[in-house]
Write a protein that binds this ligand. Structure first.
Ligand code: BTN
Length: 255
C-alpha cells in the first residue's frame, strides 16, 4: 500500500477475512518458514487469545488483529523488551493521530484509564536460540460502546469512543509499522532498547503510583518506582524491599 513507509515490516502482508487467531496462524506459517517482517491481519478472530490464557474478542471490521513475525538473533531472556518496543511504537502511532495514551507496563495501551489495545508476544526457541517471535496486537478501533459486553464496559474502550470519530485502520497499521521498524532495528543493531523504554516511562500509567503486584490469587501492595535499563519494573513493597518485575500482572490501587 502507498501508506507504508517501511523497509522490511509489512512488505509481506497476509490478510484473512476470518481466522481462529492471527498469532496461532502466524506460528503455523513460521513453522513453514515465513520470513521476518511478515504481517498477518484478520478482519475477525474466532478464538483470539489474550495474555494469561484469557480470550480476546475482535469484532469484525471494527478492530485490528495483527501479528508481526520477528526473527531476532538475541538471547530469549530479552524477548520481553520487544513487547515494550511495540508498546512504545503504538503510543507514537496514536500520538501522530493526536490521540494521547498511557502505557501500562508491560504491554497495555490505556486511554482515560480504559484499555484500548493489548499485546501478546509468543516465542519459539531452543536452548539459547530463538526460532521466531510472533508479536500479536489487538486494537479496539471503531467499536461502539454498546458493542462491548457489559462485564468489560468499565475497563475497555475504543479509539472511536474516546475521540468521537471513525479512525482509519490502515493508517494506524502503517504508522505503527514505521515506528516499530525503527525502534526494533535500533534495538537489534545497538543491543539497547533505551529509547523505547524512555517512551514507556514518559507515558507510564504506573510510575509513582500505588499498585498491586498480582501473582495467582495473591495481591501484594507496592509502589511502582521506575522502569530500569532492562525494561524491568522496579517496585517497592511496604516493608521497603525493592524488587524487579520482568513481566507479569500489576494493577493500580484506587486508594
Ligand atoms: C492482552 O491484552 O491480553 C493481549 C491481547 C492480544 C490480542 C491480539 S489480537 C491479534 C493477536 N492474535 C491473538 O490471538 N491475540 C493477539
Amino acid at each position: 500500500t502507498p501508506l507504508l513507509e517501511t523497509k522490511v515490516f509489512g512488505k509481506n502482508i497476509i490478510h484473512y477475512d476470518s481466522i481462529h487467531s492471527t498469532n496461532s496462524q502466524a506460528k503455523l506459517l513460521c513453522d513453514e518458514g515465513l520470513q521476518e517482517g511478515s504481517v498477518i491481519l484478520s478482519e475477525e478472530q474466532t478464538s483470539g487469545r489474550g495474555r494469561l490464557g484469557r480470550n480476546w474478542s475482535s469484532p469484525k471490521g471494527s478492530s485490528i488483529s495483527m501479528s508481526v513475525v520477528l526473527k531476532p538473533e538475541i538471547n530469549p531472556v530479552h524477548v520481553a523488551k520487544v513487547t515494550q518496543i511495540s508498546a512504545a511504537a503504538l503510543s507514537l502511532a496514536f500520538e501522530e493521530m493526536d490521540i494521547q495514551c498511557n502505557i501500562k507496563w508491560p504491554n497495555d495501551i490505556i486511554i482515560n484509564n480504559k484499555k484500548v489495545c493489548g499485546i501478546l508476544t509468543e516465542m519459539s526457541s531452543e536452548l539459547n536460540k530463538i526460532n521466531y517471535v510472533v508479536m500479536g496486537i489487538g486494537i479496539n478501533v471503531n467499536i461502539d460502546e454498546e458493542a462491548f459486553p457489559d462485564e468489560i464496559k468499565s475497563i475497555a474502550t475504543s479509539l472511536k469512543i474516546e475521540y468521537g470519530k471513525q479512525i482509519s485502520r490502515k493508517q494506524i497499521i502503517a504508522s505503527f509499522l514505521k515506528y516499530f521498524e525503527n525502534l526494533y532495528f535500533e534495538f537489534i543493531n545497538t543491543g539497547s532498547a533505551e529509547s523505547s523504554f524512555e517512551i514507556c516511562r514518559k507515558r507510564s500509567l504506573l510510575l509513582g503510583k500505588n499498585i498491586y503486584v498480582i501473582r495467582g490469587s495473591e495481591r501484594t501492595p507496592a509502589t511502582a518506582v521506575s522502569i530500569d535499563e532492562n525494561g524491568e519494573l522496579i517496585v517497592k513493597y511496604e516493608d521497603g524491599t525493592l524488587s524487579n518485575l520482568v513481566s507479569g500482572e500489576v494493577s493500580v490501587r484506587k486508594s
